[in-house]
Design a protein around this ligand. Structure first.
Ligand SMILES: Nc1nc2c(c(=O)[nH]1)N[C@H]1C(S)=C(S)[C@@H](COP(=O)(O)O)O[C@H]1N2
Ligand SMILES: [Mo]
Length: 301
């Protein structure tokens, strides 16, 4: 098809906004194939979120299967075999089975989503994820009408995971969401960061990202997804139910029993790392607040 010359942009047509978007694409590792996320991307652009450095995102981690120190996952997770990889999807679905990672990737649309990420330990980053909506994967498997929750499970490989020799948690790491939380368009399965394949320490080859919940809900290196009728057990709740609830929504008004959740330390900048106020539902209240209408968030923490 012939292109009309009037479609060509001149220097004068470049608005500050498109300069900003181009910069974001550059920061995404120049991955031209990566589309700008409709929701996360535009939210991030509108708020001017400044992503954390690739180094901070990939060197300061929690992935207890590889050790409990913040630097342990980056040092140890190279031993995790991520190919071949498959995800068992079972329970209340129309098409249960083992889904090969490549087949999932062929079927999904990969977008960039720049999200705030807030750990329950009161540190935070801004992470430019690449991934797809969890809803698309669940719809591929076909959710049965009696399903109410989604359970997730991380790989358990004692030969590849030095941390699972220690009973820090009841392995494998498990997590769960209510079905409406799982189907929300902000909920993604991340497969990349800054336009590159997600590093092992961040949960390769695919991990959950639920940006309005504390980081521990965003379970890594997932091998199983089960649709259930009952609320599934979750690792941190099993470890300490008084401190970690099933919902674990970011909430500056509900403190952890041992520390305040009113503010957070922004990772990066070394000595100059700053503290900022924590936002209700991590700044996503307009998008997800309706999921919790009428619920007492102090009781359902
Ligand atoms: N399987 C598994 N998933 C996990 C964890 C873990 O220890 N094991 N840690 C959680 C916690 S506490 C946080 S804050 C995030 C950290 O993700 P990041 O290292 O990519 O920032 O992963 C979450 N997912
Ligand atoms: Mo965390």
């Amino acid at each position: 098809m012939a292109m009309r010359w009037t479609n060509t942009l001149s220097e004068n047509d470049v608005t500050p906004e498109s300069v900003f978007l181009n910069r974001r694409q550059l920061m995404a590792g120049g991955a031209a194939a990566v589309g700008l996320g409709s929701i996360g991307g535009s939210l991030a652009a509108a708020e001017g979120l400044e992503p954390s450095s690739y180094e901070d995102i990939t060197q300061y981690n929690n992935f207890y299967e590889f050790g409990t120190g913040k630097g342990d996952p980056a040092q140890n997770a190279h031993t995790l075999t991520t190919a071949p990889w498959s995800v068992k999807i079972d329970g209340l679905v129309e098409k249960p089975g083992d889904y090969a990672f490549e087949d999932i990737m062929k079927a999904m649309t990969i977008e960039e989503r720049i999200y705030r990420f807030r750990c329950v330990e009161a540190w935070s980053m801004v992470i430019p994820w690449n991934g797809f909506e969890l809803a698309d994967l669940l719809n591929m498997a076909g959710v049965q009408s009696d399903a109410k929750y989604v359970a997730f499970e991380t790989a358990l490989r004692p030969d590849e995971m030095p941390g699972v020799r220690f009973p820090v948690l009841d392995w494998p790491y498990v997590e769960g969401l209510r079905l409406d939380e799982a189907m929300h368009p902000l909920t993604i399965m991340a497969t990349g960061i800054y336009g590159k394949d997600i590093p092992n320490q961040n949960g390769a080859p695919l991990r959950l990202v639920v940006p309005w919940k504390y980081g521990f809900k965003s379970i890594k290196s997932i091998v199983r997804i089960t649709l259930t009728e009952k609320e599934p057990p979750t690792s941190w709740n099993k470890a300490n139910a008084r401190e970690y609830g099933f919902y674990s929504n970011v909430n500056p008004e509900v403190d952890h029993p041992r520390w305040s959740q009113a503010s957070e330390r922004v990772v990066g900048g070394g000595l100059f790392s700053k503290r900022i106020p924590t936002l209700m539902l991590n700044g996503y209240a307009d998008e997800v607040g309706a999921l919790y209408a009428g619920m007492d968030l102090t009781k359902n923490f």
